[in-house]
Design a protein around this ligand. Sequence first.
Ligand code: HSE
Length: 425
Amino acid sequence: MENKKIKIGLIGLGTVGSGVFKTLKNFDNIEVIKIAVKNKNKKRNIPNLDEKIVTDDPYEVVNNPEIDIVCELIGGLDPALDLIKTAIQNGKHIVTANKELLAKHGVELFNFAEEHNKVILYEAAIAGGIPIIMPIKTILAGNKISKIEAILNGTTNYILTKMDIQGASYDDVLREAQELGYAETDPTGDVEGFDAAYKITTLATLAFKKRIKLENVYREGITKVRAEDMKAANDLGYKIKLVASAKMDENGYADVRVHPMLISKDSTLAHIDYVTNAVSLTGHPIGHITLSGPGAGEFPTASSVVGDILIIAAELDKTDYLLPMMRCNHQEPAKNIEISDTQNKYYLSLNAKNNKGVIGNIGNICAECNISLESIVQKNVSENNTADITVITELCREKDMQNAVNAFKNSQFINNVNSLIRVQI
Ligand code: HSE
């Protein structure tokens, strides 16, 4: 008896959609029967693509009664949200790579899917080709995860790696990355940390089994990181990376954020360069693990999408309640720690006048703000009789650090607060 083929509808045939289509050709039990694209006339270099299944109306996919699984690969909120809900209403399971949609409408979508007894799988939405969502749901399910530190954005990691290696400025490296196609013409979503914030929101929700709200995720991008900071960090034994982190304390308070961070050259994430992504998890009983790999790209992302499709396909027609372990309905909101109440170590770069008592003044301001210093370095005095002074603090409260920054801005000894970057603890 010939097995029934599982019917797939693709929404989106860009980089990821093309990779998914080409990869699915390797599976005899799967058939793509409808593909929605933006522009039907666009020339595509996709072998075996039957033009008859291509439409420019995505509702032809979600309303097609034959389709079992809809893959949403267009990104953004509108029309993706309505398309997914319509598809679920029409009895389809969903595979999506849409990190923004999950971060902003995750609760609504997962509840909606549950009400209709459908699943939404999203391995490709977080760290592209790295398998992290399914492992957390399955083989790591016995763990209490307390901490995530991750590099979830390839564009920013590429820029920071290049700045580090070339000693070049952010603006120069961004321009070069745009010319080479590594960075978008409008890079805001990547360089201001939105993309990583979407991903860590969903990842932390899953890991902590409590709903993290995107508006509670503290976010800072990489645009203020200077070549001089890279150099100073290197001299002190650190690299600077855009780190997406999430911690859950013993009292159930979540601290989820994205910001540049000085990380020790000895740490695993310090060795994750260019567009590579990595996720480090700390949990009990596993201890500490890091998964790394390609966070984007045609085939790496297709690997995750196709994996999700095959997981659903393997269950169809066998059970009325698919994948109970892999459903994601963490509705209870996590309690949240404000960034101002967190404890951090800091790298601070100050430009100071070359006067007697400057170092003492810096020490006094820190002491008055309840901040203890781990190190303070002044290498030389510039021709204009000023000096850059680099400070690493011990653990202190963010609130206290911000008070110190304000005091430095008002100090007669200090010309400028060049940079303030948190240091990995
Ligand atoms: N824009 C993302 C990045 C890839 O630069 O990593 C897609 O999530």
